[in-house]
Write a new protein. Structure first.
Length: 398
């Protein structure tokens, strides 16, 4: 640690690398990089306080195996188990569930090294607003070295998939559909006003536990395991067909040891307040002729509100509309402003780690704490050691 602190203090400017799953320039640097890949150990499992403390570079999939082996679990996981804890937390990355907060909402404490080489520890119970400001930090406060997460007893999950849900059914049944399981995802390619697939992840032992049904709001139960992108093999996907399994082998869509998603894609995502879900989906649907030719798949999920300053779900129960694009950047670059304009009436916020074109001025309207967040970054990094083009453009508006 002393060598790392000395190196951090000596560098005029650099960025920290996680698992490189962000799709924009949030971690880009013209100077130096520091990888956290070797900081991948579990440091402590505190059974009395229901927390686990880990080094920041550990991947969620690796942590999940350790926790499950010891009888514990996280409340949520993203679609991919491949991402690092530090990276997932810093960008407000999420899984799904109307009652489940994003990955950052599980953070109870964190340790980081500042630009001056000092070690700072913050906790939810002791540092109030300073902690709430620092958790979703976009890589701007320093080098995160440790993270403490809330855990709970381990649990099992069944996964069911349904095909061809009429999109019209969302108008009057959206809340019922998205509340049908512990975690629910809708997949659509925006063709024929149709939801291609509904993935329902049901936690065993819960009241109202979802069971096998041949029909679900007009959709039919799948007869085999499916990939969210219908033409791809389901080999890389987590088991379906109602077969029970540990939480960490069902909550992600993709297995830890396999290539996630399509393997070569671009991604963007927008968070809208839950009450505007159907209207926002229909606003995007009007662009289907422009979107579909360049799209692999869209996923719609719900996330509970949290209290973190820079979380897209801060004080806002949200529905997310996620786009997995074909690697056709010129076409996607032209589409993003159209999608953002269509979603603007619903105060849509972009995912910090994915592609968007929304300017600082609009983001400052959407995040009332933006100016205070700037001051926080100045406090820990007065010389701009961790600043890059992304932070300058998105947070500081320069």
């Amino acid at each position: 640690m002393e060598d790392a602190r000395a190196w951090i203090k000596a560098q005029p400017r650099f960025k920290v690398l996680g698992t490189r799953h962000c799709f924009n320039d949030i971690a880009d640097s013209r100077d130096e990089f520091l990888s956290l890949g070797s900081l991948n150990k579990v440091l402590a499992l505190d059974k009395a306080n229901h927390t686990v403390t880990v080094e920041s570079g550990i991947r969620y999939g690796e942590l999940a195996v350790f926790l499950n082996d010891n009888g514990y679990a996280l409340h949520n996981l993203a679609s991919l188990p491949h991402i690092s804890v530090a990276g997932g937390v810093a960008t407000g990355t999420h899984g799904s569930g109307v009652h489940n907060g994003n990955l950052s909402s599980a953070v109870m404490g964190m340790e980081f090294v500042t630009a001056s080489g000092d070690v700072v520890s913050l906790s939810r119970h002791q540092h109030g607003e300073q902690f709430l400001a620092a958790v979703v930090h976009l890589g701007g406060i320093g080098v995160v070295t440790k993270v403490t997460l809330a855990v709970e007893p381990t649990y099992q999950v069944r996964q069911y998939v349904y095909e061809n849900l009429p999109m019209a059914g969302l108008e009057h049944h959206f809340d019922e559909i998205m509340s049908a399981g512990y975690s629910v995802s809708l997949f659509t390619d925006w063709r024929n006003r149709n939801i291609n697939e509904v993935w329902i992840k049901s936690r065993l032992g819960e009241t109202g536990n979802f069971g096998t049904k041949p029909e679900f709001f007009g959709a039919r139960a799948a007869v085999k395991n499916l990939h969210p992108i219908r033409d791809l093999s389901a080999e890389n996907c987590t088991p379906q067909m109602g077969v029970p399994g540990p939480w960490h082998e069902r909550l992600p869509h993709f297995k830890m040891g396999f290539t996630p998603s399509s393997g070569k894609e671009l991604q963007s995502e927008y968070f809208v307040p839950r009450e505007h879900s159907y209207a926002a989906i229909m606003a995007v649907e009007k662009l289907h002729e422009q979107i579909s030719p360049h799209l692999f798949i869209t996923e719609v999920r719900c996330i509970a509100a949290d209290d973190l300053w820079m979380s897209p779900c801060g004080h806002q129960a949200s529905t997310t509309i996620h786009f997995t694009w074909k690697p056709e950047w010129e076409a996607v670059r032209k589409l993003l402003p159209q999608i953002e304009a269509a979603l603007a009436p619903f105060r849509a916020k972009p995912h910090w780690g994915k592609l968007f074109t929304m300017p600082h001025e609009r983001l400052a309207e959407l995040y009332p704490k933006m100016h205070a967040f700037q001051q926080l970054l100045h406090h820990y990094d007065p010389g701009g050691k961790f600043r890059n083009a992304y932070l300058n453009r998105v947070v500081f508006g320069v």
